[in-house]
Design a protein around this ligand. Structure first.
Ligand SMILES: *[C@@H]1O[C@H](CO)[C@@H](O)[C@H](O)[C@H]1NC(C)=O
Ligand SMILES: *[C@@H]1O[C@H](CO)[C@@H](O)[C@H](O)[C@H]1NC(C)=O
Ligand SMILES: *[C@@H]1O[C@H](CO)[C@@H](O)[C@H](O)[C@H]1NC(C)=O
Ligand SMILES: *[C@@H]1O[C@H](CO)[C@@H](O)[C@H](O)[C@H]1NC(C)=O
Length: 411
C-alpha cells in the first residue's frame, strides 16, 4: 500500500514537473546576447506576439547579432530612394535588451539626408497596435552647416529644427551646425525630414561648408565616438555609434488591472512594474532574486548572497562572522565565542572569551618587558666591558712605556 502511494506520488510530482517546464520559455543565444521571454528568436509559440527578433549575420562585423524589424520608408523630394518604400521592413540591429521595458536599436542608418536644397524624408513606423513606442529620452537632431529638418506625426503638425554654422550650437555629436529638440513620449511613429545647404543661411566658413545635411533620432546617452577624430563635423568621417531607445510593455493593461485578469504575466517570484511605454506592464524579480520575472519565462531564482562578499553585509569568517543564505534573503550572525549581530554595518562580532582577549595582551607586555630588560643588561654589559678594556689598555700602555724606557738600560 505504502509502495503504491509512493509510486503515485512520484508520478504526480513527475507530471507536475513536466507540465511546469513545458510552459517555460528558455533563453536563446544570439552571438553574445542572451534573448529571453518575452523576446524570442526561433522558438515560435514561446514568446510574446510582436517580440520576435531575428538572429542574422551583421554585414558590418560579420558576426551573428539580433535584429528587430521596423516599418520604414525613405523618400527624396517625394521620390522613392533606394529599395525603401513605406511598408518596407528594415532590420535594426539590437544594441541592448532591457527586460524592464526598453530596447535600444542601432539608429546609424535611421536618417533623412539630402543635398542642395532638397528634403529627404524618412518614416519610422512601429506597429500602431503593438507593444513598442519611441521613448522621449531620444532627441530629434539635425546635423550640418545650413541644414534644416522637421519631424511630424500624422496631421498634428510639424516641428522644425535648423542647424546654423555656429560653434555655439556644438554638441558632442556635431560641430558647426547642430540642432536638437525633444521628442514627445511614446509615439509609435515618426516622419522626419532633413536636407542641407539652404541659401538663407550664408556660410562664410568654407572649412565647414557642406551642401549636404541630415537629421536623425537617437538617445544622446548612447552616443559613442569609435575613433579619435572627435573634432570634426559628424558627417565628415568620425566613426560613431548611437541607438534609438524604444519602450515596451506586455499587454495593454497596467499592473493593478492586469493582476485582476488572466493576462497577468509575472511569475510567483516576479514583481510587476508599470511599463515605461505607458500601456501594459513589465516583470522583474523580487529583491533577493534574479532571472526572468515572467510567468512564461524561466522565473526568478534565489540569489545566494553569501557566496559573494559584495552582495552581503556580514562580517567575514576571519572576523568570527557567519552568513546564512535563505530564500529571497540572507542573515548574518556570529560564531561561538563572539558577540554581536554579525553585520558589518551593525555591532559586528566581538570576541567574548576573556582569555582570548587578555592573554595576548599579557604575553605582549611580558615579552616587551623581557626584551627591554635584555636590551638594558646588554647595554650595561657593553659599557662595563668597554670601561674594563680601556682600563686594561691604559695599564698595558703604562707598562709598555715602562718597558720601553727600561729597554735601553737593559741592552
Ligand atoms: C550640389 O550642387 C552643386 C552645384 O550645382 C554641384 O556641383 C554638386 O555636385 C551638387 N551636390 C550634390 C551632392 O548633388
Ligand atoms: C503563456 O503561455 C501560455 C501557454 O503557452 C499561453 O496560453 C499564454 O498566453 C502565455 N502568456 C503570455 C503572457 O504570454
Ligand atoms: C537572523 O539571525 C538572528 C540570530 O540568529 C535572529 O535573531 C534573527 O531573528 C534572524 N533574522 C531573520 C530575519 O531571520
Ligand atoms: C545593514 O545593512 C543591511 C543590508 O543592507 C540592512 O538590512 C540593515 O538594516 C543594516 N543595519 C544597520 C544597523 O544599518
Amino acid at each position: 500500500m505504502l509502495m503504491h502511494c509512493r509510486l503515485v506520488l512520484r508520478c504526480v510530482i513527475c507530471l507536475c514537473l513536466v507540465g511546469f517546464t513545458a510552459a517555460k520559455c528558455h533563453p536563446e543565444k544570439c552571438g553574445s546576447i542572451s534573448v529571453s521571454y518575452p523576446f524570442w528568436i526561433n522558438n515560435s509559440g514561446c514568446g510574446y506576439p510582436g517580440f520576435e527578433i531575428t538572429c542574422e549575420k551583421d554585414k558590418v562585423t560579420g558576426m551573428l547579432a539580433p535584429f528587430f524589424y521596423v516599418n520604414v520608408g525613405n523618400y527624396t523630394d517625394g521620390k522613392l530612394k533606394g529599395n525603401y518604400k513605406d511598408g518596407f521592413l528594415y532590420p535594426y540591429k539590437i544594441m541592448e535588451i532591457g527586460y524592464t521595458g526598453y530596447l535600444v536599436i542601432d539608429s546609424y542608418y535611421n536618417y533623412a539626408w539630402t543635398c542642395n536644397n532638397t528634403f529627404g524624408t524618412t518614416y519610422f513606423h512601429l506597429p500602431s497596435d503593438g507593444s513598442f513606442t519611441i521613448s522621449n529620452s531620444n532627441k530629434f537632431v539635425v546635423v550640418g552647416c545650413n541644414t534644416s529638418g522637421t519631424y511630424s506625426f500624422g496631421d498634428l503638425g510639424e516641428v522644425r529644427c535648423v542647424a546654423i554654422c555656429d560653434p555655439q550650437t556644438d554638441r558632442p555629436y556635431c560641430r558647426y551646425g547642430c540642432c536638437e529638440i525633444n521628442l514627445p513620449n511614446n509615439w509609435r511613429s515618426i516622419d522626419f525630414t532633413g536636407g542641407g545647404m539652404f541659401p538663407i543661411f550664408n556660410s562664410t566658413d568654407k572649412k565647414y561648408y557642406n551642401e549636404c545635411g541630415f537629421s536623425t533620432i537617437f538617445d544622446p546617452s548612447t552616443f559613442k565616438i569609435l575613433d579619435n577624430k572627435s573634432n570634426i563635423y559628424w558627417g565628415d568621417g568620425s566613426e560613431v555609434s548611437y541607438g534609438l531607445r524604444l519602450n515596451w510593455g506586455i499587454g495593454l493593461q497596467n499592473c493593478s488591472m492586469a493582476k485582476a485578469t488572466t493576462k497577468y504575466s509575472c511569475s510567483i517570484n516576479g514583481e510587476c512594474i508599470e511599463s515605461p511605454s505607458g500601456g501594459g506592464h513589465v516583470c522583474s524579480c523580487l529583491p533577493g532574486y534574479e532571472g526572468n520575472g515572467y510567468f512564461n519565462g524561466t522565473d526568478c531564482t534565489d540569489i545566494d548572497e553569501c557566496s559573494d562578499k559584495k552582495s552581503n553585509m556580514c562580517v567575514g569568517e576571519e572576523g568570527g562572522g557567519i552568513c546564512l543564505n535563505s530564500i529571497g534573503s540572507y542573515n548574518c550572525s556570529c560564531a561561538k565565542g563572539y558577540q554581536g549581530d554579525g553585520f558589518r554595518n551593525g555591532t559586528r562580532c566581538m570576541s567574548t572569551s576573556s582569555n582570548r582577549a587578555v592573554f595576548p595582551a599579557i604575553i605582549g607586555s611580558v615579552s616587551s618587558f623581557v626584551v627591554l630588560c635584555l636590551a638594558a643588561s646588554l647595554v650595561v654589559w657593553w659599557l662595563k666591558r668597554r670601561h674594563f678594556k680601556l682600563e686594561e689598555r691604559r695599564i698595558s700602555s703604562v707598562s709598555c712605556g715602562l718597558v720601553a724606557k727600561e729597554t735601553p738600560l737593559q741592552s
